[in-house]
Design a protein. Structure first.
Length: 83
């Protein structure tokens, strides 16, 4: 017997054309709309969490960052034949 996660009903108002495109996509790919929507929400939440982690890490690095002067940066580029 398969074990399923608890589920709840979620209602949302979306534009008619978006719903129609979703219906066509799901029909053409043989997937259920509920599966598609749940996966999209899961993916977006994961991406948002990753973005938050990236921002937090960047802020931490900026607190201890050592910045190069324009002269040092120009020398760096010159040594690598970029300028």
């Amino acid at each position: 017997m398969a074990v399923h996660a608890q589920q709840v009903f979620l209602a949302a108002r979306i534009p008619v054309d978006l719903k129609n495109k979703l219906s066509v996509y799901c029909e053409n790919h043989g997937i259920k709309m509920n599966f598609f929507i749940a996966k999209a929400i899961r993916d977006m939440l994961k991406e948002a969490a990753e973005d938050s982690q990236d921002i937090s890490m960047a802020r931490g690095r900026l607190k201890t960052a050592e910045f190069a002067s324009q002269k040092e940066f120009d020398q760096y580029l010159s040594k690598r034949n970029i300028r």
